[in-house]
Design a binder for this molecule. Structure first.
Ligand SMILES: [Mn+2]
Length: 249
């Protein structure tokens, strides 16, 4: 089995954060028993302002579980989201995790996927795409990482507060879903492969017809203290229809 998850938003310091962490640990435990590979498609952490986060006490059980998982022979892949894109390759290597570019084409012996965090497809939100380009600028990242850790945490908190303010605006909510035209172009560009992404917090399975070809777009759910969700690909399932399934933990 291959597992896909995103938008866990791991954090610390609140009962809700602890409940989500416990759920994610159960997920990693299940992956150890059932999966050959795990694809983490961004926003696994609520924020990551620099690799000092590796030392955060509340994250240690997660890091240990990830190391155990990779040592048990389960391949773990990480694609950056818009909250944890500063997780460096060195930090990932320490955890035994492979870094993936966004988007990434996953070619299996009998199926092809396009994996993405999903924010790249939200092209109707021009302000967000401008913000994204800024924070992905290596010069700006270097400047940010030059600030003391506590300053970076304050900036992250401020950005989060600001984006939460935007999210309560109904019109903005409309805008932050993916652009259908962008999704169709992406499908076309990657041979109409099955798309898997998160970010929008709108879990659903969409059946699209692009150039007369059926394309599936699976949107991953964001996690809550009550519910974690992931997709599982079963290479041994008999029917194509039953190979990719949604599970809760
Ligand atoms: Mn996101």
């Amino acid at each position: 089995m291959i597992f896909f998850a995103s938008d866990v938003h791991l954090a610390s310091g609140t009962p809700a954060a602890e409940a989500i962490t416990a759920r994610f640990l159960s997920f990693l435990e299940r992956a150890r028993r059932e999966a050959s590979a795990v694809y983490l498609l961004g926003d696994i952490f609520e924020y990551w302002v620099g690799d000092e986060e590796l030392k955060r006490r509340k994250y240690q059980p997660v890091f240990s579980a990830l190391r155990e998982l990779t040592q048990a022979g389960v391949a773990v892949y990480f694609m950056a989201g818009n909250r944890d894109f500063l997780l460096s390759d060195q930090a990932l290597a320490q955890l035994g995790i492979h870094h993936l570019p966004d988007p990434y084409v996953l070619s299996l012996p009998n199926w092809q996927f396009v994996l993405s965090h999903g924010d790249l497809y939200c092209t109707d939100d021009v302000a967000y795409q401008r913000y994204r380009a800024t924070v992905h600028d290596p010069k700006i990242q270097a400047k940010f990482l030059g600030y003391p850790y506590w300053v970076r945490r304050l900036i992250a908190r401020w950005l989060r507060w600001r984006s939460e303010g935007r999210r309560t605006d109904a019109q903005t909510l409309e805008m932050t879903d993916v652009s259908e035209a962008t999704v169709e172009d992406e499908a076309r560009h990657h041979g109409y492969a099955t798309m898997i992404h998160g970010h929008t917090h709108r879990p659903a399975t969409h059946d699209l017809i692009v150039d007369g070809i059926h394309v599936e777009r699976w949107v991953l759910a964001d996690w809550s203290p009550e519910r974690g969700e992931y997709l599982a690909w079963d290479e041994r399932a008999a029917a194509e229809d039953g190979r990719l399934t949604r599970h809760t933990i």
